[in-house]
Design a binder for this molecule. Structure first.
Ligand code: FES
Length: 111
């Protein structure tokens, strides 16, 4: 089992960043992006209350957690629910199975 996974993140300028995230520190994807120096607003600090950590999942067939009612409601309120693959990155725990995942930062992440 891998201790560190690699995730590919495309920022709002279209630049790809390769980030590395430990799987044993209870991080979520929002935190992993920030720890790796990416600017993610994440106003609510990971409580599924702001949608400013929104990403679009570009990979297929990754075992992501089911969307909670809170996450779905927040994405709906932020008018991004209709963007296919849209998720709150703070609601995606870093797990070994996510190695190689590709995501694109959503527009709400910008300051
Ligand atoms: S940080 Fe606020 S919803 Fe994810």
């Amino acid at each position: 089992m891998k201790d560190t996974i690699t995730i590919y993140v495309t920022d709002l300028n279209g630049a790809e960043h390769i980030i590395h995230a430990p799987t044993d520190m209870n991080l979520n994807l929002m935190e992993a992006m920030r720890v790796n120096g990416l600017s993610v607003k994440a106003t609510c600090g990971g409580m599924a209350l702001c949608a400013t950590c929104n990403v679009v999942i570009e990979s297929r067939d990754y075992p992501l957690p089911e969307m909670s009612e809170e996450e779905e409601a927040m994405l709906d309120e932020a008018f991004v629910l209709d963007i296919e693959g849209s998720r709150l990155s703070c609601q995606i725990p870093i797990k070994p199975e996510l190695d190689g995942l590709r995501v694109k930062m959503g527009e709400l992440t910008a300051d």
